[in-house]
Ligand binder design. Structure first.
Ligand code: BG6
Length: 478
């Protein structure tokens, strides 16, 4: 558990967002309850509507009662949290309205104003980020402002921009107002215990790393599957699509963690150097090579979802065969598959090793029947399994696949923090290890932009709800 963060004011743009209701306020409340927030803190929620502090607290209460009924049981703790939660109504695009925010920050809490530590959180659609940052600067709330006495940091929710160009523009705008070491581009996957464990698994064990390369590994398969649709996020999905919602960030970060070189040390920059280098090594998809490499899909019924166009060609599924053109991974396929409304909810990485050169034991049909695998299950189970062949009891020498399994739940009694707990604390403490650096965000967008461009004229193939995607997906495994 990190040390207690410095006293600070947390300012959340997107006060009415789903993310704020489901993740940010509940996580902050729990951190307060567990004593992990600073001794002095205030949370200022910023939204467009005009509400009193009390009206806003009531709204947060109502959502919390629905999503996290347990959180509303301790009335005294909740009252103490709400006493530090404030609301300011601001039209994000109007710079003159930021004075009210400035006033609330600087004059609302005397003790905190003295500390001058401000953590901004943009839980807003990507198109709003540049204007908010510019307006913060105009109001004298930027980190590079001459008046900045304590620390000022900014967390930016994904998607960070909506393509390479907008991400670059956003990097430029934010870079004028905050130094890079104060910018926290969040991808909540990096706050997951099991994702952080990928590097620990690889680099704290001597037995895996010597095998972790093209000489021994046949394929790597990364799956991020959800058995539910877009829920009430039709408008967002029509803008984003699955490539931008899941592949650009979560999937590529998993790929980078599993394939990166060992860092020089375990500092945030050394780790992020290696991830950036890895992302840079991914072979670009082009109109010439897209066949058999990318399959996009859309679940049946997507076009009838709320706020979705009846002729939408937005993808809710993607399967991509990536190649990492470096010394370690040349020609090893990385199969990345993600989708909504698939057969199961599961995130996992399966590393399949090459088969032994000779098949001495039955069954005869496949020498790869028991190909060794390391299966890193990220969620819902938090397990690592190693698959190997063992002799089936009996007269004949027949191999069967068996598994050795580690399970977080049974091996550890400690309960891990959720990603938002952890990443909020990391940002307050200034630890950037699990946030995306400017170069990586741009490399990831370049990969996604190339796929989108190459697939522009191909509408996604339809797939039945609760299946494993369009039939054509088989093409990428051949
Ligand atoms: C979000 C995506 O970033 O991650 C959602 O916008 C997705 O579409 C979610 O459902 C998955 O996160 P988790 O942690 O619930 O698996």
């Amino acid at each position: 558990m990190p040390l207690k963060p410095d006293n600070c004011t947390i300012i959340i743009f997107g006060a009415h967002s789903d993310l704020a209701a489901r993740k940010l306020f509940p996580s902050l409340y729990e951190l307060a309850l567990w004593g992990n927030l600073p001794d002095e803190y205030r949370i200022i929620a910023v939204g467009r509507s005009s509400l009193s502090h009390e009206e806003f607290r009531q709204k947060v209460y109502e959502k919390m009662a629905v999503f996290f009924p347990k959180n509303v049981q301790d009335e005294a703790a909740l009252a103490s949290f709400f006493a530090r939660l404030f609301y300011v109504g601001v039209d994000f695009t109007r710079k003159e309205e930021y004075h009210a925010l400035y006033k609330e920050i600087m004059e609302g809490g005397a003790a905190l104003a003295a500390s001058h530590n401000l953590l901004f959180y943009l839980a807003t659609p990507p198109a709003l980020a540049p204007v908010i940052v510019r307006n913060l600067d105009h109001a004298g709330l930027g980190e590079k402002d001459a008046s900045c006495a304590g620390w000022r940091k900014i967390i930016v929710e994904k998607p960070y921009g909506s393509n390479l160009q907008t991400a670059r523009e956003l990097n430029t705008v934010i870079g004028e107002v905050f130094h890079e070491d104060r910018i926290f581009r969040i991808d909540h996957y990096l706050g997951k215990e099991t994702v952080q464990n990928i590097m620990v698994f690889r680099f704290s064990n001597g037995i895996f790393e010597p095998l972790w390369n093209r000489n021994n590994i046949a394929t790597v398969a990364i799956t991020i599957a959800e058995d539910f649709g877009i829920r009430d996020r039709g408008a967002f999905y029509e803008e984003a699509g699955l490539l931008r919602d899941i592949i650009q960030n979560h999937a590529l970060q998993l790929l980078a963690s599993v394939a990166m070189e060992p860092p020089v040390d375990f500092s945030a920059d050394s780790v992020r150097d290696e991830k950036a280098k890895l992302l840079r090594s991914i072979r670009p998809v082009t109109p010439g090579n897209i066949g058999g490499v990318v399959v996009l899909g859309q679940y049946e019924g997507y076009r009838a979802e709320k706020n979705v166009a009846p002729d939408s060609t937005v993808e809710t599924f993607a399967a991509i065969k990536f190649f990492v053109d470096n010394w370690r991974w040349k020609d090893v396929p990385f199969f990345v598959k993600a989708g909504k409304n698939l057969a199961e909810t599961v995130t996992e990485i399966v590393i399949t090793f090459k088969c032994p050169p000779q098949n001495y034991f039955g069954p005869a049909e496949s020498c790869c029947y028991t190909a060794n695998q390391v299966i890193l299950r990220i969620q819902p189970e938090e397990t690592i399994a190693i698959k190997f062949g063992a002799k089936r009891p009996g007269e004949a020498l027949i191999t069967d696949p068996v598994f050795m399994k580690f399970d977080y739940k049974t091996s550890f009694s400690e309960v891990g923090l959720t990603p938002y707990h952890r990443l909020l604390l990391d940002a307050m403490a200034g630890d950037q290890m699990n946030f995306i650096r400017q170069d990586s965000v741009e490399y990831s967008w370049a990969i996604i932009d190339a796929i989108r461009e190459a697939a522009r004229t191909k509408p996604p193939a339809s797939y039945p709800v609760h299946s494993w995607g369009p039939e054509s997906v088989q093409a990428i495994y051949s």
